[in-house]
Design a protein around this ligand. Structure first.
Ligand SMILES: [Zn+2]
Length: 81
């Protein structure tokens, strides 16, 4: 069983009003006993929906946002080698 953590930074842009913003997610990648892989997203320590679900623009409140990943780095965990 493996449990990896990453910091992933995404840039969102609204196709309607051209507003652009960034959010940094903490992502926990967990492999289950069936070999499946699950991703859990957190924002500031709280569970959050995945970037692909966050398509509401904070400026115009319309679901027109697109996202792209701009950074991903692994967080070392205490029980890593
Ligand atoms: Zn907008």
């Amino acid at each position: 069983m493996q449990n990896d953590q990453y910091l992933e930074q995404y840039e969102f842009s609204c196709t309607r009003c051209k507003y652009v913003w960034r959010e940094t997610f903490e992502v926990r990648e967990v492999e289950d006993s069936q070999g499946g892989s699950w991703h859990y997203f957190y924002l500031a320590g709280s569970p959050a929906s995945s970037p692909s679900m966050r398509n509401i623009c904070p400026s115009c409140q319309q679901p027109n946002a697109q996202h792209r990943q701009i950074d991903r780095r692994r967080i070392s965990t205490p029980n890593s080698p």
